[in-house]
Design a protein around this ligand. Structure first.
Ligand code: HEM
Ligand SMILES: N[C@@H](CC(=O)c1ccccc1NC=O)C(=O)O
Length: 277
C-alpha cells in the first residue's frame, strides 16, 4: 500500500520550535481564550462569538474609515474610494452575521439573558465611534463610557474632528464648488438637509461626466449608508424576534429605541437630492 500523503515531502514546514507559527502570529491563544460564558446555557457561546467577531470587524472598519478620511483630507480620492468600498464590504459581513444569530430562539436566549445584567450593545464604544466617525454625533451617547477615561477621551477626540461627510464636502470646496461655512460646520444628526449642499449634489448628479470624482464618492457614501441601514434593520428585527417588546438590558425601551434609530440619516442631502433629479 502506498504511504499516506505527506505534505512535508514537498516542503510543508512541520517543525515550529523557535519559529513563529500561525497561532503565534495571530495571537490565537489570547483570542481563543477570550470566550468565557457565565452560564451553562448552550447558546451563550454563539452570543459571545457573534459579538466578539462583530467587534473585530468594527475595529477594522474604524481603521479603514480613519484612513479613508485622511486620504480625502489630502485630496487623494482614488485610494479613499478603495477604502470606502472595503468599509461597505465589512458592513455586508456584519449584515450576514445576523443569519447565524437568528437561529437563537426566545427559549434559547431566556436561558441566559438575566445573567447579562445591565450590559448591552448600547455600551459598545467601537460602535459609537463608527456612528461618530460617520457623522451621527449625539454627545449624550458618551455617558456610558465615562467610567473608562481612555475610551471617553477617544470619543471626545473624534467629536473634535470633521466627520466623514464633512471631509467629503471639504473635498468639493477645494475642487472649486461654493459652499457656505455652515455646510462645513459640525452637525449632529438627524439634521435637515442644507439647501446649498443639496444644490451641490444636484449639480453633480445632473452631469456625472463633468463631476466624476464627486459622483463616485457620493455613490460610495450612499452605498455605505444603505448597508448601515440594513444593519440597523436586521438588528431591530432580530431583537423583536428574540425579546419581542421587552425593555433592553441597557435600560432603553428595546425595539422602540432601535426603531427610533432607523430614522437617523447620515448623509441627508445625498438622499433628499434624489427627489429633485
Ligand atoms: C439576541 C441578540 C440581541 C438582542 C436581544 C439585542 C438587543 C438590543 C437592545 C434591546 C438594544 C437597545 C439598548 C438596550 O436597552 O439594551 C440594543 C442595542 C445595541 N445592540 Fe443589540 N441586541 C442583540 C444583538 C446584537 C449584536 C449581535 C450586536 C453586534 C455588535 C449588537 C449591537 C448593539 C448596538 C451597537 C446597540 C446600540 C445601538 C444604538 O445605540 O443605535 N446587538 N441591542
Ligand atoms: N440588550 C440585550 C442584551 C444584549 O443584546 C447584549 C448584552 C451584552 C452584550 C451585548 C449585547 N448585545 C446587544 O445589545 C437585551 O436586552 O437582551
Amino acid at each position: 500500500m502506498a504511504d499516506p500523503y505527506d505534505p512535508a515531502r514537498e516542503g510543508a514546514q512541520m517543525g515550529f520550535d523557535g519559529r513563529m507559527s500561525y497561532a503565534d502570529y495571530l495571537g490565537l491563544d489570547r483570542v481563543l481564550s477570550a470566550q468565557a460564558p457565565i452560564s451553562d446555557a448552550h447558546d451563550e457561546m454563539l452570543f459571545i462569538i457573534q459579538h466578539q467577531t462583530s467587534e473585530l470587524w468594527m475595529k477594522l472598519m474604524l481603521a479603514e474609515l480613519a484612513a479613508a478620511r485622511a486620504e480625502l483630507a489630502a485630496d487623494r480620492l482614488a485610494p479613499a474610494l478603495k477604502l470606502l468600498a472595503r468599509v461597505a464590504r465589512i458592513m455586508e459581513q456584519l449584515n450576514s452575521a445576523w443569519d447565524v444569530l437568528r437561529t437563537m430562539t426566545p427559549s434559547d436566549y431566556t436561558t441566559f439573558r438575566e445573567k447579562l445584567g445591565q450590559s448591552s450593545g448600547f455600551q459598545s464604544w467601537q460602535y459609537r465611534m463608527i456612528e461618530y466617525r460617520l457623522g451621527n454625533r449625539n454627545p449624550a451617547m458618551m455617558r456610558p463610557h465615562a467610567h473608562v477615561p481612555a475610551v471617553h477621551a477617544a470619543l471626545q477626540a473624534e467629536l473634535a474632528q470633521p466627520c466623514l461627510y464633512q471631509t467629503v464636502l471639504g473635498v468639493a470646496v477645494r475642487m472649486g464648488h461654493d459652499l457656505p461655512d455652515t455646510a462645513l460646520a459640525p452637525r449632529q444628526t438627524p439634521a435637515p438637509s442644507l439647501p446649498e449642499v443639496q444644490a451641490l449634489w444636484a449639480k453633480v448628479y445632473r452631469d456625472p461626466a463633468a463631476h466624476w470624482a464627486l459622483y463616485e464618492l457620493a455613490e460610495k457614501l450612499v452605498d455605505l449608508e444603505d448597508y448601515f441601514r440594513s444593519w440597523r434593520f436586521n438588528h431591530v428585527t432580530t431583537v423583536e424576534r428574540v425579546i419581542g417588546l421587552k425593555h433592553g438590558t441597557g435600560g432603553t425601551g428595546g425595539t422602540s429605541y432601535l426603531k427610533r434609530m432607523l430614522d437617523v440619516v447620515l448623509f441627508p442631502e445625498l438622499w433628499t437630492v434624489r427627489t429633485e433629479l
